[in-house]
Design a protein around this ligand. Structure first.
Ligand code: ZN
Length: 246
């Protein structure tokens, strides 16, 4: 079985389409680590697509915000505005779909998916130090997470954690062989709003039988996604940041 791992699509239809086209026949199933919506201009199209195509998914904080489950006082003003705008764009079926999304971690075969951290779905997992503190909480040899929008992740061992880097800017993919023992905490990166300095859409392909993860970066029509955000009346900053991957 080959899994296409997606996270943090954030209503960016152009980025999602580019990723799916790029991955075309390389996967058998799709999973998502949360945040289908928020920030981008196409929440209804993305949620409707996920409802029909994604095999396993956990909720993200922006999915919760769109159904009134997250206290948006904690959101920055642009994110809070986008969350309220998003809620108004969603059909009853899409709102219901978001309402029934499970909290991670969720077991999928012999791995698991989660949004923030295995102990708190809203926690940002950024440093190896933070990853190392989770050693006893990882219930699967391989876990995929999102939330930070930073492609890469960690190999967590009893005495610490080592960082896995993102795809270099001059390349389109990078493969990690999962041969070392320890717990792998892997972030496929954000499809719709990368924040690791690379504006290309991010995703990963996982082949458990071959113990291998391949990270991808895919160029997409950023200008079109930006135009839609501005035309929708969403905050300009949400359009501008897409060009920088920030
Ligand atoms: Zn997110």
């Amino acid at each position: 079985m080959r899994y296409l791992i997606l996270s943090d699509i954030h209503a960016n239809w152009e980025a999602l389409q580019a990723v799916l086209e790029h991955a075309c026949d390389r996967y058998d199933a799709m999973v998502c680590c949360g945040d289908l919506v928020g920030y981008g201009a196409d929440p209804e199209a993305v949620v409707d697509w996920a409802r029909r195509n994604v095999q396993a998914i956990v909720r993200g904080n922006h999915d919760k915000a769109a159904i009134g489950l997250e206290d948006i006082e904690w959101f920055n003003p642009a994110a809070a505005f986008a969350a309220q705008w998003t809620q108004r764009q969603l059909s009853p079926a899409s709102l219901e779909y978001l309402r029934q999304l499970p909290r991670g971690p969720l077991a999928v075969g012999d791995f698991q998916i989660l949004h923030g951290s295995p102990v708190d779905e809203d926690e940002y997992l950024i440093s190896p130090y933070e990853a190392a503190s989770l050693y006893g909480y990882l219930n699967a040899p391989v876990s995929f997470f999102g939330h930070t929008h930073l492609q890469g992740g960690f190999l967590v061992e009893p005495d610490g954690a080592a960082e896995i880097g993102q795809v270099p800017a001059d390349r389109t993919s990078a493969t990690v062989e999962l041969t070392a023992t320890g717990n792998w905490l892997i972030n496929p990166g954000s499809v719709g709003q990368p924040r690791d300095g690379d504006p290309r859409a991010a995703c990963a392909l996982y082949v458990p039988e071959e113990r291998r993860v391949t990270f991808y970066r895919v160029p997409y029509d950023i200008a079109r996604a930006q135009r839609k955000i501005l035309d929708a009346g969403l905050p300009e900053s949400l359009a501008f940041r897409l060009a920088y991957g920030a």
